[in-house]
Design a protein. Structure first.
Length: 335
């Protein structure tokens, strides 16, 4: 039940202006001398207390790459990940200063990407590390009927080979925590573990296999970009040492488009003042960063806690969107 509500507005930057007004232009992938020159300019006056360590690829799939980094000295207020997409357009992804990993979705299969991570203090970029990654090939489609086909069926022998599960790592009960017309929230438990990481696999509305890497400490994930009123089969793999050692699955049908009206439609039905729980109050919601295609929001909970949050808005086509958020979160990036 929604028991409190705050709103804010944000205007995304113009893509054309962003390219010319960036504090530092996105480093080119090809001319190596330019890349070195950019790094040198960043390190001319590095704050002694804030240093970025190695940026490395921890996992990848046909449509995503997971990156990890360290901060051996000091702390940054935030990070900015920059790269060029398949069309060569610069992309910038703001990241919270407490994060040490990031999954970059929406990539293309079998393509080389050059990622640049900047450490920011205030709004100033003070350190920079880079790495390159090549996304996986798309596995050949299965010849089994769609109701039986699994995103990872080509790898089934690998699963059968490891069916004797190690006692210390077991997955249990993949269940649905939330459903909207274009997203599904999933939760699972690890009664015996831990796992190094997880991999969620499913087929999208076009029947293409998708793979979403997940940090080993997570026990929930929200899958975005789904289609309304459609049945999806999700398969969650537990990985140790890069090897799949357990799997659980579930089927979900996304909601109808009308079932996810924007927040303003619900506001008259559930005004915050009708039943204000004294112990759960939302504070101010503010925009912490803006790029041409994303907005980062932050909020506070002066009195609480809440079980979860729901962020609602209308996209560029006027369609309602709903994004479920974990109750412990105090920020989100809307891509």
């Amino acid at each position: 039940k929604k028991i409190d509500h705050v709103s804010t507005e944000a205007v995304t930057g113009k893509r054309e202006a962003a390219a010319s007004q960036e504090e530092l232009p996105l480093p080119s992938e090809e001319p190596q001398p330019e890349n070195h020159q950019s790094e040198t300019s960043l390190s001319e006056t590095p704050p002694a207390q804030a240093v970025l360590g190695e940026l490395r690829v921890s996992s990848f799939s046909p449509s995503s790459v997971q990156l990890q980094w360290s901060v051996p000295r000091g702390s940054f207020d935030s990070f900015m990940l920059q790269y060029r997409d398949e069309q060569g357009q610069p992309q910038a992804l703001p990241i919270d200063g407490g994060s040490r990993s990031m999954t970059v979705p929406g990539l293309s299969p079998s393509r080389r990407y050059h990622f640049h991570l900047y450490g920011l203090q205030g709004r100033k970029k003070t350190d920079h590390v880079s790495t390159k990654a090549v996304t996986e090939d798309v596995p050949p489609p299965s010849e089994d009927p769609p109701t039986v086909a699994l995103p990872d069926e080509d790898h089934q022998p690998e699963h059968h080979q490891t069916e004797p599960r190690p006692v210390q790592a077991v997955l249990e009960e993949l269940r649905v925590s939330s459903v909207t017309p274009n997203s599904v929230g999933l939760q699972w438990s690890v009664p015996e573990g831990p796992f190094d990481s997880f991999m969620l696999q499913y087929r999208d509305a076009q029947g293409q296999p998708q793979a979403l890497p997940i940090d080993g400490g997570s026990h929930s994930v929200t899958v975005l970009g789904l289609s309304p009123s459609r049945r999806y089969r999700f398969h969650l793999y537990g990985l140790r040492g890069g090897k799949k050692i357990d799997r659980i699955s579930t089927d979900v049908i996304t909601g109808e488009r009308e079932e996810a009206p924007p927040a303003e439609d619900h506001q008259p039905e559930h005004p915050p003042s009708e039943v204000p729980p004294a112990q759960a109050v939302l504070g101010e919601m503010r925009v912490s960063s803006v790029t041409p295609d994303s907005v980062q929001l932050q909020w506070s909970v002066p009195k609480g806690p809440f079980d979860s949050f729901m962020l609602q808005y209308r996209d560029a086509q006027g369609q309602p969107q709903a994004l479920p958020i974990d109750g412990r979160s105090r920020s989100v990036t809307v891509p």
